[in-house]
Write a protein that binds this ligand. Structure first.
Ligand SMILES: [Fe+2]
Length: 463
């Protein structure tokens, strides 16, 4: 029996700037999309945890509501906590918000039930609707608007995690509403030449100053970890015009990539041996032939050669790059190749310019593919250097450690700042990233051995 949600589908198809939307509309759209994503699940699917690193769908539904309940607790006078038990079960890792269930145990309980969790979500939405209606009268209105936007960006991060987790849970057993994949319009090969020199890395505050948000409209947004804008020096470099494809990666595998220690970092070689890695996650062998399982089913790799390789760890990406006689780009190199226009001598918000992402510019969640698109499907989305598919399809590993930029100031305790150790930066978003959630300056981060998320890469080289 499937849960039927009363909310209507409000996936935003048009490429309007999110800052043009009232915050109440953005709130409704984002909250509705979480329920759209889980709609094809059966009730039993909501509570199962298939690995320590994933969370059951029920937990995401409750946790994203918990985030908004903390806003109500702080800013809505007289708000009564819904349930102390729910606070415990749906807090993720925030020490400042009290005790919480350990992450690996999120799937060990059948209560709160899915129906109770959805009722909690509805309760929070009702209170939030009234709260947002009156927020303009609040003394801290501007600050609250920023927190609301953060709460929605947080929810979009969880929407993407839901896609990863549902894939891990069900993969092709999930009845995803998959749209037809685009065809490659052109062949994309070779490397782009990028000149070095001083480059301003990070989010440019006031980028949209010409159109300041008015009234209760969604404020401009970037995470604190993308700031401040600062100068870095780059050497001249080359960077792949396209992500590394399954075809490329299969060559590495056929050449004994997983059998030869010389391509691997020490921790990578250790993983290859302890985890028996022989291929990316979701690849399996059938009658001696490599197959890829995704939301659409089980496919022969030879039918997917021209697609970006995905579900590889940093360790595998690095090994491939070494084998190919290349290296991974730094995040500054990636960002320059994605955002800098030599003709304008400035950066833009996206590879194609400052217009928000649309259907023909990159493969993001709203494209509805639930998978990667062939390389060469989005020539209109290329950067001035001719790099394609930098936004969407797969998050791209960089060689950069996830650390604060010089001058970093935390804007929200425990959100980004507590993760500044032991992780690598990925850039560009994936097919599971909502359009309003991505920018070229966005810094995602995962541990080097993780690969259940939609992660791929492109290589760079010194000139
Ligand atoms: Fe969270």
């Amino acid at each position: 029996m499937r849960l039927v949600f009363a909310m209507t589908l409000t996936t935003q198809k048009a490429a309007t700037r999110v800052e043009a939307l009232p915050i109440s509309t953005l709130y409704q759209q984002v909250r509705a999309r979480t329920l759209e994503i889980v709609a094809p699940l059966e009730i039993e699917d909501y509570v199962v945890q298939t690995a320590e690193f994933m969370s059951p769908p029920r937990w995401h539904i409750g946790h994203t509501s918990w985030f908004f309940e903390t806003v109500l607790q702080k800013y809505q006078p007289g708000y009564k906590t819904y349930s102390e038990d729910f606070l415990f079960f749906f807090n993720s890792y925030y020490e400042g918000f009290g005790q919480r269930i350990e992450r690996p145990k999120r799937g060990t309980r059948s209560r709160p039930t899915v129906a109770e969790t959805v009722a909690y979500r509805t309760h929070i939405d009702e209170h939030m609707a009234r709260f947002i209606e009156q927020v303009s009268h609040h003394a801290e209105a501007e600050n609250i608007l920023q927190i609301l936007r953060l709460g929605l960006e947080h929810e979009m991060q969880h929407q993407e995690l839901l896609v990863y987790d549902i894939k891990h849970l069900l993969c092709d057993q999930f009845d995803a509403p998959i749209a037809a994949a685009p065809r490659a319009i052109e062949t994309v090969s070779g490397m782009a030449e990028v000149d070095g020199g001083l480059f301003e890395l990070g989010y440019r505050a006031g980028r949209d100053a010409a159109e300041p948000p008015a009234g209760m409209r969604a404020p401009h947004f970037a995470f604190d970890n993308e700031k401040p804008l600062h100068k870095v020096f780059l050497q001249d470099f080359l960077i792949d015009r396209a992500p590394v494809s399954n075809d490329d990666y299969l060559e590495f595998m056929k050449d004994g990539g997983y059998q030869n220690f010389r391509w691997w970092h020490s921790t990578g070689w250790e993983r290859v041996n302890t985890e028996q890695w022989q291929a990316p996650l979701y690849w399996e062998q059938k009658d001696g032939e490599w197959m890829i399982r995704d939301f659409a089913g089980l496919h022969q790799v030879k039918d997917k050669l021209n697609e970006p390789v995905s579900h590889v760890s940093f360790l595998e990406a690095s090994a491939y790059a070494k084998w190919a006689g290349k290296r991974l780009p730094t995040e500054a190199e990636w960002e320059k190749a994605a955002s800098f226009s030599p003709a304008l001598n400035s950066t833009r918000e996206f590879p194609w310019g400052d217009a928000p992402p649309g259907e023909n510019l990159g493969n993001l969640f709203e494209n509805g593919l639930w998978g990667v698109a062939p390389i060469g499907s989005f020539p209109q989305g290329q950067s001035p250097y001719g790099c394609q598919q930098m936004i969407g399809d797969v998050w791209e590993w960089t060689t950069s450690d996830y650390t604060p930029y010089p001058g970093f100031k935390s804007e929200f305790d425990e959100y980004n700042d507590k993760w500044f150790v032991g992780q690598k930066v990925l850039r560009g978003g994936s097919f599971a990233t909502p359009r309003v959630h991505i920018r070229t300056t966005y810094r995602n981060f995962f541990h080097p051995e993780e690969r259940w998320m939609v992660s791929g890469f492109r290589c760079a080289k010194d000139r």
